[in-house]
Design a protein around this ligand. Sequence first.
Ligand code: BDR
Ligand code: CA
Length: 302
Amino acid sequence: PTKIIMDTDPGIDDAAAITIALNHPDFDLQLITTVAGNVTVDKTTLNALKLTKFFHKNVPVAGGAAQPLIKPFEDAARIHGESGMPGYDFPTDLDQPLSMTAIEALRDHIMAAKEPITLVPTGAYTNIALLFKTYPEVIPHIKEIIAMGGALGKGNMTSAAEFNVFTDPHAAAIMYAAGVPITMVGLDVTMKALLTPDTMTKLPTLGKTGTMLHALFNHYNDGDQAGIPMHDVNTLFYLLHPEAFTTEKMWIDVQTDGPAIGETVGDIRGAYHEGKTNATVCVDIDAAAFNTWFLTAVEAIG
Ligand code: BDR
Ligand code: CA
């Protein structure tokens, strides 16, 4: 199994990603760190703990940054509900998060790991940026970052910006400049790999996990009749099935002010950075394969 750390802001699609990361036999989820994003960090931490309890897993959870580095915090409760995971009664006898912060937990885990580890950020990249600035010694111990966020095409917050990058563009700029191999799993693919109405109909027939996810998805204010985006889950699908994606290597810069703040600018012609690249960008995906894989993964959990 692939050893991963998830840095996340559950959030309904984050919850679906955590569900798979906690249970799929091809993942070894070592640590969950939380960040402010879809809702405040106290809520995203609680939500991560609801999921570890629901699945009886003792994967440690550490709470991270409550605010972006510079930009004022704006949540996405209009999409994910006030709690971030509405519509399902999770257990209330939750475990405690680690007493150390996400930044310390990330440092300890990454430095203690025998082999370089994969980071999967599915929220704003504030914790990652703080980690890289505070403990740069971790950088060579990270195998790669598979990050949900960004878009070469249009944004979902502003014309230019996707939510995770828009939430903390300064952190995104630091992450992309760090020299770690990064795969950008952005809206160019996640808005194609919609969970279809047919997949939604099947979910509640797939046991406790499908029923829980179906309840959350019914409260998810994203998507339309064509289907709902499972943005964050695409990172995990990419890790296990890169063959279902088309990718291009390029340089990604992040706009940190002005009307395009939060835009991930892809140097697609290689003209500005003279052919140098800092990212692998997902540009296309087999949406049908994603739906099939998702249903199979959820059914296997039971
Ligand atoms: C991203 O924004 C959040 O609302 C989702 O959880 C996802 O990580 C999509 O733009
Ligand atoms: Ca997210």
